[in-house]
Ligand binder design. Structure first.
Ligand code: C2E
Ligand code: MG
Ligand code: MG
Ligand code: MG
Length: 287
């Protein structure tokens, strides 16, 4: 009987679980090595004014071209970097790298207003406020002059922000005090208590791509109406609104008709490696 029981117990750890645990462990080990060996790259996706059809800034998006598995998506490895705490050194690298690129573009392509650079923050970074402020202060002191700070934007997802409202408001004020701009990312997908929204000292709402994608799917315009409402909400609170995931000209036109002034998506450009993003700026496209 004991033997049978032992066997049962062994089988409770099913082959699927075993392979999941193994691949997770592999990913974690790979991640550590990749941080040491600086295997990561930042790609940049342009953000466009839907009124002038020109580039107003970029969002930095991390890429991991791993030596053995090809490109691994941030959706896969950012959660593991968060759980293991590896997001702290990784997040620092991302911020430094994005600031460095921003400085270079400001020099090479001076504009008024200057090109913006948006950087995503993870929940773990956001939930260690003192560490985050310290990191950012160091990076700013080292590489970004006062005037340029206003061109650096941090993106925080709605769900992270609303997870701890009072803490978030405090931290956002501290980030603002450093001169940075702030966006709520993936707006509309969390469970926001809208009555708190006006208390967040933010600049921008980013409408989640799931709404934009469905704008023309339905005959009854349901999603277009949701987008219209989010844009109005943002404007009534004095915020800028960016639509994510624009893939067609039709979507772009509808968004402009709904009064949304900024957009981002494959219709304009995919996230690009630095040299291609620079070439795009050089060609000064107007969509
Ligand atoms: P996000 O910040 O909401 O980024 C937008 C995602 O949508 C990006 O995916 C981008 O490549 C993708 N995208 C842009 N335009 C289109 C489009 O027209 N159609 C479709 N289908 N997708 C589009 P990506 O790069 O895979 O990043 C996924 C998420 O991973 C990001 O969502 C963000 O939450 C996180 N992430 C990416 N880079 C970083 C980073 O540097 N730091 C942190 N903490 N998180 C990051
Ligand atoms: Mg983002
Ligand atoms: Mg988003
Ligand atoms: Mg997202």
């Amino acid at each position: 009987r004991a033997k049978e029981k032992g066997k049962d117990r062994y089988e409770m750890f099913s082959p699927v679980m075993k392979s999941q645990a193994e691949s997770r462990w592999q990913l974690e080990t790979g991640l550590r090595k990749a941080i040491q060996q600086q295997e990561f790259k930042l790609y940049y996706q342009p953000i466009i004014s839907l009124r002038t059809h020109k580039i107003v800034g970029f969002e930095a998006l991390i890429r991991w071209p791993s030596s053995d598995k090809g490109f691994i998506s941030p959706g896969q490895f950012i959660p593991i970097a968060e759980e293991t705490g590896l997001i702290v050194p990784l997040g620092e690298w991302i911020l430094k790298e994005a600031c460095c690129q921003m400085k270079q573009w400001h020099q090479q392509f001076p504009r008024n207003p200057p090109l913006l650079m948006s950087v995503n923050l993870s929940s773990r970074q956001f939930n260690q406020p003192d560490l985050l402020i310290q990191q950012i202060q160091n990076i700013l002191k080292e590489m970004v002059d006062e005037k340029q700070r206003n061109s650096l934007k941090l993106e925080i997802t709605e769900s992270v922000m609303f997870n701890n409202v009072e803490g978030a408001i405090q931290l956002l004020h501290r980030l603002r005090a450093l001169g940075l701009r702030l966006s709520i990312d993936d707006f509309g997908t969390g469970y926001s208590n809208l009555s708190y929204l006006h208390r967040f000292p933010i600049d921008t709402l980013k409408v989640d791509q799931s709404f934009v994608r469905r704008m023309h799917e339905e005959n009854d315009n349901k999603y277009a109406q949701i987008v219209r409402t989010v844009v109005m909400l943002g404007h009534n609170l004095g915020l800028e609104v960016v639509a994510e995931g624009i893939e067609t000209e039709e979507q772009m036109r509808s968004l402009l008709a709904l009064n949304c002034e900024f957009g981002q998506g494959y219709f304009f450009a995919k996230p690009l490696p630095p040299c291609e993003a620079t070439a795009l700026l050089e060609s000064d496209p107007q969509w």
